[in-house]
Design a protein around this ligand. Structure first.
Ligand code: 26W
Length: 819
């Protein structure tokens, strides 16, 4: 026994080479001489995985022996990206492996490039979850991700005549060396059925959930290694499989059921990630997914707890569950059902345990993103949970009425059930009532939550509300994505920043050091060359690395205002072609991002940008100063290439709409200057780097509110009074960018002028154009620009997800590192 426990794999070059050959021959059955690049990827990954498992067992022993409190991060999305490079980086084995493979004639970079991203998320929310897993493992916090093992991840994006085309992402087609299935820990999840209103022996009401159908949830574990390799946590993703019973005809009860018959078969549950964020469509399969996932998670969490403890009263001392938005909020009802129905706990005790266990994070203020489920749909899918939600609500409203007798308006506004033609369950209310903590993801966002989105709840429980400004992991977003910058930083201030990003502050001492600034800009230049090559291979646009790389990369949404960026480009183009004014600073405008397949305006914006690119890039004069490139299929691995090569980071959402943003942090950390509105974490970035090192423009939240409430936003005035605005908009109605398809973009003219522009593009346009002139002036003075770059990098320390996680651990979870 002792011998096995002490077993250690060697990390010398020879040992690594031996391990790769061993896996090629004996795990994969491949002859070394005939191995394909994919075979090599597998062999290398399995060799790395062996090393992870050693630490995984060690970590689990440490946690069990310590009887530690565990954190479960429940999220419908985990945008992990590629695993191999990140694991090598965190194990500090990258260089050894690289040389070991080089000696064998294998290029590690090429091996990594041949693999798909794990794209189990849409954008910010999913990537935040991935950064959090990295930070928890790095800090030695016993934290587990729980989610769905979608067979198809986020769709792949292609452009066809400038329009977005979606193709499916069959990322598991060739297997996945990083996933270990655990069929022995599969769990059974009941769905559908009805409630029998029975009584127990004492005559008390004792409802029974009957005639349900079972689905099996099979866990797949992905090891998550922290930097330095001491801790390996896991991300547990569930796949749905049918149970024998499930195939029985079940939808035979009325028209509604008939209509959805065959639509849901158990394998479909984990088939595909819903690709639309910020829009709650209320689809049956989505509700089924949400329930399936939380039911698996709760069973699993309870099982783990019961392996070490037997008294549920200490559950909140041993378990914290964090809800990543409302998508997993049914976990609250499921946990209550588990405690009351399966463990026979009295309601009050169960409720107190539940409340002390859960925390809820809100990630968006947009009303169309807020989840509400029709009561009828819930009754169909999870009848027992609906009953429990009603009981939670009854008790909650009773308490409200006691405290504020007669305040009907308050009762209606905080109720978990929205009355109306179709009664709906408000998932954010369920999440808030069932949690001891509610947090926003940036200071401004939390203030808006408290005072505008949820003022009644804030009045009820001011202490529940708290802010946790987002962060990003410096391991993936600096050390791995930008090795040139990382080694320069390490050379100057040592490598302490990798674990403690605030140490970057020490770089400020070099802000005046010409030699350092030169080297810094040489790193940027090399990254821009790499990016230029990528833009050529992926977007077929030749760009000049000496030009200013101006980047807008994120999901396409009206509130993020890609359209405002487009207006700026059109303005520049018209100045060159009509006024004969040539910009002093040539620019390369880079766009990247996907539109939800059903979001028509967002898809039109993509087409518009591609059309602008076609016209601008072909114009003999304009192309000397401007290039426009839309890089297709934005994903984690592409972000890792784009962000280090950016000079300018566009964070131009309408004030009060972007909860936080995390791309803004990644760009600043990688030495891009930000042009941004007073929105989300931009404000905190400004406070950290200093007002003089960032380009802030446009209306702030109060200004936007005044426009909205005062009804004095008249875009026509702006159009009539500002000739450059008029000219830009006329270009859209005049078919300048769609000569072959007249009228294609006239909607933009109408959209922005006829009062349907809820994101106030024209209100911010003039200050946006002005600040861009300031950007140009600054860029011309290379030394000054470089100084700003240093100030940015040096002051992004607070935006490490390590800081964020330590705050969650301290304020919400009550856990500490178990090292
Ligand atoms: C129901 C469909 C749906 C799916 C996803 C609605 C809403 C979402 C997410 C909450 C949207 C999202 O990703 N929000 C982003 O979360 C990031 C991490 O906190 C923030 O940085 C972004 O500002 C926020 O838009």
């Amino acid at each position: 026994m002792k011998l096995y426990d002490g077993m250690r794999l060697m990390n010398t070059q020879e040992a690594l080479q031996g391990s790769v050959i061993h896996h090629l021959r004996y795990t994969l059955g491949r002859d070394w001489k005939k191995a394909s690049i994919r075979d090599l990827y597998w062999a290398v990954s399995l060799s790395v995985r062996d090393r992870l498992f050693e630490r995984l067992f060690e970590t689990e022993n440490r946690y069990r022996q310590g009887g530690v409190k565990r954190v479960y991060y429940l999220s419908m999305e985990f945008l992990m990206g590629r695993a191999l490079g990140n694991n090598l980086c965190n194990l500090e084995l990258h260089d050894t492996f690289k040389t070991a493979l080089e000696e064998m004639g294998v290029d590690l970079e090429e091996v990594q490039e041949c693999t798909a991203d794990a794209a189990l998320g849409n954008g910010g929310l999913g990537r935040l979850a991935a950064c959090f897993l990295d930070s928890m493992a790095t800090l030695g916090i016993p934290g587990y991700g729980y989610g769905i093992n979608y067979e198809f991840g986020h769709f792949r994006q292609q452009f066809c005549k400038g329009y977005q085309r979606e193709t499916s992402d069959n990322w598991l087609k060739r297997g996945n060396p990083w996933q270990i299935s655990r069929p022995e820990e599969a769990c059974l999840v009941p769905f559908f059925g009805r409630i029998a209103h029975t009584r127990d022996k004492k005559g008390d009401y004792n409802p029974m959930w009957r005639d349900w159908e079972m689905v099996v949830g099979v866990p797949f574990d992905m090891p998550i290694v922290g930097y330095g390799g001491q801790t390996v946590n896991t991300l547990r993703l569930f796949s749905a499989k049918s149970s024998e019973e499930f195939d029985v005809e079940i939808f035979n009860d009325g028209d509604y059921h008939e209509a959805v018959k065959n639509k849901i078969s158990s394998e479909n549950i984990s088939k595909v990630l819903y690709p639309s964020d910020y829009f709650h469509a209320g689809r049956l399969l989505r509700l089924v997914q949400e329930y399936f996932f939380v039911a698996c998670a709760i069973r699993d969490i309870a099982q783990t707890f019961l392996r070490s403890f037997d008294n549920f009263d200490i559950f909140p001392d041993k378990v914290a569950i964090q809800l990543n938005d409302t998508h997993p909020a049914l976990a609250i009802a499921e946990f209550m059902r588990y405690l009351v129905d399966e463990k026979a706990l009295p309601w009050e005790r169960a409720w107190s345990i539940t409340e002390r266990t859960f925390g809820y994070t809100n990630h968006t203020l947009l009303p169309e993103a807020l989840e509400k489920w029709p009561v009828s749909l819930m009754e169909f899918v999870v009848p027992r949970h609906l009953q429990i939600i009603y009981e939670i609500n009854r008790r909650f409203l009773e308490q409200i009425t006691l405290q504020w007798p007669g305040d009907e308006e308050l009762v209606r506004s905080v109720s978990l059930i929205e009355e109306g033609e179709e009664k709906q369950v408000r998932m954010s209310h369920l999440a808030m009532v069932g949690s001891h903590s509610v947090n926003g993801v940036a200071a401004l966002h939390t203030e808006l939550l408290k005072n505008h989105l949820l003022p009644d709840f804030y009045r009820l429980w001011p202490k529940k509300f708290n802010n946790k400004t987002n962060g990003v992991t410096p391991r993936r977003w600096l050390l791995k994505a930008n090795p040139g910058l990382a080694s320069l930083i390490t050379e100057v201030i040592g490598d302490g920043w990798i674990r403690d990003l605030r140490k970057l502050k020490a770089l400020e001492a070099s802000a005046e050091d010409s030699e350092f600034l030169k080297r810094l800009m040489a790193v940027k230049r090399a990254n821009k060359e790499r990016l230029a090559a990528r833009i050529w291979s992926d977007a077929y646009v030749r760009v000049d690395p000496d030009s200013l790389f101006d980047v807008h990369a994120k999901r396409i949404h009206e509130y993020k205002r890609q359209l405002l960026k487009a207006l700026h480009i059109v303005h520049q183009y018209l100045m060159i072609t009509e006024d004969d004014i040539c910009p002093e600073v040539p620019r390369t405008f880079v766009f990247a991002g996907k539109a939800a397949p059903g979001y028509k305006v967002a898809k039109q914006i993509i087409k518009l940008i591609n059309s602008i690119a076609t016209v601008v890039n072909a114009h003999p004069k304009a192309r000397r100063f401007l290039r426009v490139a839309f890089v297709p299929d934005y994903r984690v691995s592409v972000a890792e290439k784009i962000i280090p090569g950016a000079d300018l980071s566009e964070q131009i959402s309408t004030a009060g709409t972007e909860a936080s943003g995390t791309g803004n942090m990644k760009f600043a950390m990688n030495g891009a200057l930000t042009v941004g509105t007073c929105d989300g974490a931009n404000i905190e970035i400004m406070n950290e780097v200093g007002r003089e090192n960032i380009f802030i423009f446009g209306h702030d939240v109060a200004g936007i509110r005044a426009l909205r409430e005062g009804r004095d936003y008249n875009p026509w005035d702006i159009y009539e009074n500002d000739p450059s605005v008029k000219r830009i908009l006329d270009a859209f109605s005049g078919n300048l960018f769609c000569p072959e398809d007249p009228g294609l973009f006239s909607w933009i003219f109408e959209h922005l002028l006829y009062g349907r522009d809820t994101y106030y593009h024209l209100a911010d346009l003039s200050s946006y154009l002005l600040i861009q002139q300031e950007v140009d002036r600054c860029f011309l003075d290379t030394r000054k620009w470089a100084g700003h770059v240093v100030k940015n990098i040096a002051n992004t320390g607070t935006f490490s997800s390590d800081r964020t996680i330590l705050e969650y651990a301290r304020d919400i979870w009550g856990v500490s590192p178990a090292l």
